[in-house]
Design a protein around this ligand. Structure first.
Ligand code: GLA
Length: 731
């Protein structure tokens, strides 16, 4: 990117006022030396220059050590509003005296190793900026994870004015780019069709990806993206930044291409309806923005984020084993009783899974939860359905040698519930307007500490009686939201709600640090790293049709590791073979949501073997590196693989999606193997009596051959959906 400066300088020469901005730091002795925030392969360089402002001068491939940096004060790193800013600001402050201008000068820098549970090298650099006139300070924090090539950045805003100030925008991060072209890959969707990839070239002006949904925030847009520089990136080539905002609420990503073709990215909480009144001496801490840069395409960027998430707390206990489970939702919906559940737990044990997860419909007495119209909020077992309570179910599970998990939607309430009757003031709703129901429910006011206590107690009670897993759901957005607790500070609601939620999750994790939990929001509407650090996995979609899941799981795989993406084998689409459904679910964190007692003997045998094989291979699938080989967006022959870090083992998947009659099938080149080693290939997940169909089955090839010539992974016949899984083991 540095190479672009001469052309842009020429452009700038046309305007003499800009000339001033191009004074190299090196020429100005009194400025401190540039600050390099570095990982193994990436450098982000900030420097103090003109007017003692902090400038971003470089972001890209790692600069060689000892290089004399010739850097320019062109892009102010974190741009405040109201002074000389001409484009999208990072921060806008209205001071106690009503003045809405802010200037930020460099004050100092601190570099430290963070405390806490961090594997490997991570360094946190904190740069303090301050306004020369008003007592306002901004701390820019950057934690650089050396081995993962990931940088996490967030901002703290603090002031010492006599009265509160108002923040009207407060980005977590601002980054600047100078390239010939910018290509954005964004991920959008709706219920049942999450994480659809859309690529576009950014043109001048602002492209905004945001949400105003509050709770089920990522329903239509996700806060994760790729930004390719100069030309579109593919899996193995191109300069690309992968970014993700860690915030379980309203977010805003703004990409602004200015008059000089520079791109300014700001990422943070959506300031929409969220002016925040900040008292003196109380820091406003923004969410974290997590990013990585790859000079070799999106695949490497994904692998960096996956490694970071697993090892550096992006997901809870990311390097630990996780239970394979059987869920009852699609098998029973609300229609079950104790005997049926006891039976299902026996089935779960026969299948070979580790845990049975009881979904919605187990609670409520005055208003039993026999459908979604009532009972939400009354977290006591329905006596008529479960006379012996959850305790009995835990006992049955223990007898069957498995664990027991439960569904909760603790942030929500049906108006038809004892909770709503007892605490009407705990519910978000407009006092002077008709009730605005969605799925017959309303949102509890998590900004209220009493509601936080209630939610904590709800979860704690379950975990304290032996429940070993929680599916935490969130089935609606905030609309017509009004908090009785916040009174005049209604514009704090969206922010304080999420902070209240995090407060509860912190408390849950202090008391129950390792219980696995699934993050669900009617599907993947909360797939983001702010929540995921308290959870072991997320539910990407209620749509479990395996064909659809290839796309949905592919989309989320760009930013989240396989051990966090819950993929269940179901009967959503019985026309798809059990093998295809199983092969697709084995791409992520395998689970089942199926009536095991209705399986044929062969289907059960096949599934038992699949669970056994999956558990054996899970260290590779969960901890290995993902290589996306052939995209469903580019053709109907899809392939991907996971490779163990030591390159001794790999699992390779081939999905043929509605292949055409006599479609040409070429070998797929593998990636990530050791060229010098030889690998034995074995096709797995075969139905009893089915012969391996892949010609490479049972053969041994060098990694070099497999990566240069490849192997056949697809069928050329006109069958609608077929699949193969192959194991590669180094000899
Ligand atoms: C949501 C979830 C489903 C299921 C139902 C239960 O829709 O996404 O998986 O738990 O709620 O009501």
């Amino acid at each position: 990117m540095l190479a672009l400066f001469p052309a842009q300088m020429l452009n700038c020469l046309r305007r003499c006022w800009l000339l001033l901005l191009f004074i190299p730091f090196a020429a100005v002795a009194q400025y401190p030396p540039p600050i390099a925030i570095e990982t193994e392969h990436v450098s982000l360089v900030l420097g103090v220059g003109d007017k003692f402002k902090l400038y971003q001068t470089y972001l890209g491939p790692k600069l060689a050590a000892g290089e004399k940096l010739v850097l320019y004060s062109r892009h102010e790193a974190y741009v405040p509003a109201g002074t000389d800013n001409l484009f999208e600001p990072a921060l806008r402050v209205i001071h106690a005296d009503g003045n809405a201008s802010l200037a930020l000068e460099y004050a100092d820098v601190k570099i430290e190793k963070p405390l806490g549970n961090v594997i490997g090298d991570a360094t946190t650099t904190t740069i303090r900026l301050r306004d020369p006139h008003y007592p306002v300070e901004v701390l820019l924090h950057f934690t650089a994870y050396f081995r993962e090539d990931v940088i996490k950045t967030w901002t703290e805003i603090i002031h010492h004015e006599k009265k509160p100030v108002v923040l009207t925008s407060y980005a977590s991060a601002m980054l600047h780019f100078d390239a010939r072209q910018y290509w954005l890959s964004q991920f959008h969707g709706d219920w049942g069709e999450e994480a659809k990839q859309q690529d576009s070239q950014l043109t001048s002006g602002i492209k905004v990806i945001d949400t105003k949904l509050g709770t089920r925030a990522g329903w239509y847009q996700t806060p994760s993206f790729f930004l390719a520089l100069n030309k579109p990136a593919d899996e193995t080539s191109g300069e690309v930044l992968a970014g993700s905002l860690a915030w379980t609420g309203n977010f805003r990503l703004a990409f602004e291409v200015d008059n000089q073709e520079s791109l300014r990215l700001s990422a943070g909480i959506n300031p929409y309806a969220s002016e925040y009144t900040l008292p003196a001496n109380q820091p406003f801490v923004t969410p974290e923005f997590i990013f990585t840069y790859s000079a070799t395409g999106k695949g490497q960027a994904s692998r960096n984020l996956h490694r970071w998430a697993r090892r550096q707390g992006g997901t809870l206990d990311g390097t630990q084993p996780r239970p394979v489970l059987l869920n009852n939702w699609e098998a029973t919906f609300f229609n079950f009783d104790e005997a049926r559940l006891d039976g299902l737990m026996g089935d779960a044990a026969r299948l070979g899974v580790d845990l049975f997860l009881l979904d919605d419909g187990w609670f409520g007495n005055k208003y039993p939860r026999n459908g979604d119209a009532q009972g939400l909020g009354d977290w006591q077992e329905t006596k008529t359905k479960l006379p012996n309570g959850v305790g009995h179910l835990v006992q049955t599970a223990t007898k069957e040698g498995i664990k027991f998990g439960i569904w909760l939607e603790p942030e929500m309430v049906n108006p038809k519930s004892e909770l709503a009757e007892a605490h009407p003031d705990w519910i978000l709703r407009q006092p002077n307007r008709p009730e605005d129901l969605y799925r017959n429910q309303l949102v509890l006011d998590l900004s209220n500490p009493k509601v936080q206590d209630f939610v904590f107690k709800t979860v704690d009670e379950q975990l304290s009686q032996g429940v070993a897993y929680v599916k935490w759901d969130c089935n609606r957005m905030i609309s017509s939201g009004y908090s009785q607790y916040l009174g005049k500070d209604q514009s704090h609601l969206y922010v304080d709600y999420v902070r209240g939620l995090y407060n509860v999750l912190e408390r849950v994790r202090q008391k129950h640090p390792h219980v696995p939990m699934m993050l669900c929001a009617g599907g993947g509407a909360r797939a983001e790293y702010g929540g995921l650090k308290y959870f072991t996995e997320f539910w990407p979609s209620d749509n479990t049709d395996a064909f659809e899941r290839v796309f949905i799981q592919w989309g989320f795989s760009n930013f989240f590791p396989a051990n966090t993406i819950a993929c269940h084998v179901t009967n959503w689409n019985r026309q798809q073979t059990l093998k295809f459904r199983t092969d697709v679910a084995m791409m992520g964190k395998l689970g089942y949501d199926i009536e095991v007692d209705k399986m044929t003997a062969d289907e059960l045998k096949f599934s038992q073997q699949a669970v056994e094989d999956y558990k054996r291979l899970s260290p590779v699938i969960w901890q290995g590196d993902l290589f996306r080989l052939r995209s469903p967006y580019e053709g109907n022959q899809v392939a991907l693989m996971y490779v163990a870090e030591n390159q001794a083992q790999a699992v390779v998947y081939g999905y043929s999606l509605h292949t055409r009659f006599l479609e040409t099938v070429l070998p797929t080149r593998l990636q990530g193997l050791d060229p010098a080693r030889r690998y034995r290939l074995t096709e797995i997940n075969l139905l009893p009596g089915q012969k391996a169909a892949l010609p490479a089955h049972g053969q041994t090839y060098s990694g070099d051959y497999l990566m240069k010539v490849g192997v056949l992974l697809h069928n050329s016949d006109a069958q609608p959906l077929t699949s193969h899984i192959m194991e590669a083991t180094a000899e």
